[in-house]
Ligand binder design. Sequence first.
Ligand SMILES: [Ca+2]
Ligand SMILES: [Ca+2]
Length: 242
Amino acid sequence: MGKVNLSMVLAVWVWASVLSGCGSVTTPRVVGAADTASTPDTAEDAETDTAADPDTAEPDDAADSTPGTPAMPVLGAQLDRAGRPLVKELLFHAFDPYAAGRDAARDGWDRNGDPASWTAYASELVQGLSVFDSIDTVCGNQLAADTAQVAPSRYSALASLLADDRLVVDTAAESCGVYMAVELNAVGTATPDCGGRRLDVDVVDATYTLLITGGLDSSVGDGVAAGAEAAGTTFPYLAPPL
Ligand SMILES: [Ca+2]
Ligand SMILES: [Ca+2]
């Protein structure tokens, strides 16, 4: 299985919620029965109305106006995890000659919910980091690269940092606008910012630049600008649809 994207996860989640009995539609429906949280009335009210038996006369209509909220479904096995964008796609088995091996390795990454074991991925990330550092024909200028070395181990610091694949936010900071600011501080690039990832940051350009030139200016891009709409100021902070 290739990359598991969010839409796939959501689709599986929704289907699982249907089958697992939380808000289940597999429970036989009793027409005219009183509504409960698990038996909303949508299908019922549409099926038997006649002039002699209008929907409004059905005994459960008083409850129809306030249907309950289904309980959360029981979550199944982890299929994906959302950390720093592009780390897996750009650096983890990105140059494997066989797709099957690459996909299996990436599935293992996605399904690994034990952060204590993520350090095992660092050696593979070193390989990807070395390739990206070479793109500008200048080796050793990547973020956190050890300029005293020429061996692949020069990329070990950044590999270890990225293997711990989660977004880190400094809640004591007074401003937020620099992607991965906490990590940048950790590798010696003073960046007073809360870090994490704002939704309006062009994270692809920021990542390309950190990996290829080590700069903080997002000067190496993918040719696709970040959305023009500003992120929202209330949860879930999404910009209005186009
Ligand atoms: Ca470089
Ligand atoms: Ca971009």
